[in-house]
Ligand binder design. Structure first.
Ligand code: ZN
Length: 266
């Protein structure tokens, strides 16, 4: 089977899943296709392996990226979705670079949150190198709260009124700039699959087969990928495992038993 036919089949399967009314356990939201893969795809893979329903909403098509095209990035995002075993991947079509944290954008996102009713949302960092990340982090946090207010009326694709819904937790994944995590998630068993999901974006990151005539960017060098691996090792070391992802939480996390804790010598 050719690669292209295979890809089309993956897309059709994703579309079929997308059209079903679906409640998700974990919804990761990101401003650019590839943010989720860099920031929290290991956690999505682990949760999927634990039998949870997982999905991704990309806010934009990353059309301002210096390399590749929006069409190619959409193909890459579909490929990455298949690697992550996502139940859903949507794109809200906001304007890369120019979207705002205002009422129109909040309402668009509230509709998506109410559609999938996730228990936990994983969001861009509240502050990062790329200003889109911080602005998206605030937009996602605000829309997640507003989604829980019953007096904000929204309708689904068929025009039916939606139920209000507030996720229990918003966790911000740490992407480019270092931030002290509130907790780290052991992703050692799925780290190779995480790297594969990042490499699915061959137009964006270092590749020996793609884009030798395209401009090099901050993220397209081999050093960038090495730094990503190093960051995960560093978070892993904090809890005595090989690789981990770090998250920031504004809300306190509570536990009912100590079994939750990773028992390693650190
Ligand atoms: Zn980004």
């Amino acid at each position: 089977m050719s690669k292209r036919v295979d890809l089309r089949r993956k897309k059709t399967n994703l579309q079929r899943k997308k059209n079903k009314k679906m409640k998700l356990d974990i919804l990761a939201i990101a401003v650019h296709p590839d943010d989720v893969e860099l920031g929290c795809s290991g956690t999505l893979l682990m949760e999927k392996a634990n039998g949870k329903k997982t999905g991704v909403i990309d806010l934009t098509r990353g059309e301002l990226g210096s390399r590749g095209t929006p069409e190619l990035r959409a193909e890459e995002a579909a490929n990455a979705a298949a690697i992550l075993g996502l139940d859903v991947r949507d794109n809200l079509g906001m304007a890369d670079g120019f979207f705002r944290n205002d009422e129109d954008h909040q309402r668009l996102l509230i509709r998506a949150i109410r559609k999938y009713r996730p228990e936990i949302i994983l969001a861009n960092s509240l502050e990062d190198r790329h200003p889109d990340h911080g602005r998206a982090g605030h937009l996602i946090r605000d829309a997640s709260f507003l989604s829980g207010l019953r007096k904000i009326a929204t309708a689904d694709e068929e025009g039916r009124p939606q139920e209000h819904w507030r996720p229990k937790y918003i966790f911000h994944y740490i992407q480019d700039r270092y931030a002290q995590p509130g907790f780290v998630y052991d992703i050692t068993p799925v780290f190779e699959a995480k790297l594969r999901s990042i490499r699915a974006y061959s137009s964006q990151f270092f590749s020996t087969v793609y884009g030798t005539d395209e401009p090099q960017t901050y993220i397209s060098t081999p050093e960038f990928l090495n730094a990503i691996i190093g960051r995960h090792e560093m978070f892993g070391k904090m809890i005595g495992v090989r690789y981990a992802e770090g998250f920031i939480t504004e809300k306190m996390i509570g536990v009912r038993d100590f079994d939750t804790f990773v028992r390693m010598d650190t």
